[in-house]
Design a protein around this ligand. Structure first.
Ligand SMILES: [Zn+2]
Length: 77
């Protein structure tokens, strides 16, 4: 499978996920940002969606932010 095909599947699932969480419009309007670096996010730059503090949080694709998210999940256990 070529890389852009994988991306297409992920993007479709991401949209479905965001819609089910009720945050799709906010993401499309750049009203959501990365939980860690506070950079505004779009559908293209979201690398992860996770629940935290009873709200929906997002992580961008920066390695620092991905690491911070992994640490956050470990702390909760
Ligand atoms: Zn970030």
């Amino acid at each position: 499978m070529r890389e852009n095909q994988i991306k297409a599947v992920l993007q479709r699932d991401l949209k479905k996920l965001l819609k089910s969480l009720g945050v799709y419009d906010a993401v499309c309007g750049s009203r959501e940002c990365c939980y860690f670096c506070r950079e505004p996010l779009s559908l293209e730059t979201i690398s992860a969606v996770f629940p935290y503090d009873e709200s929906v949080c997002f992580c961008c694709g920066r390695p620092e932010c991905c690491n911070a998210m992994l640490n956050l999940e470990q702390e909760e256990r």
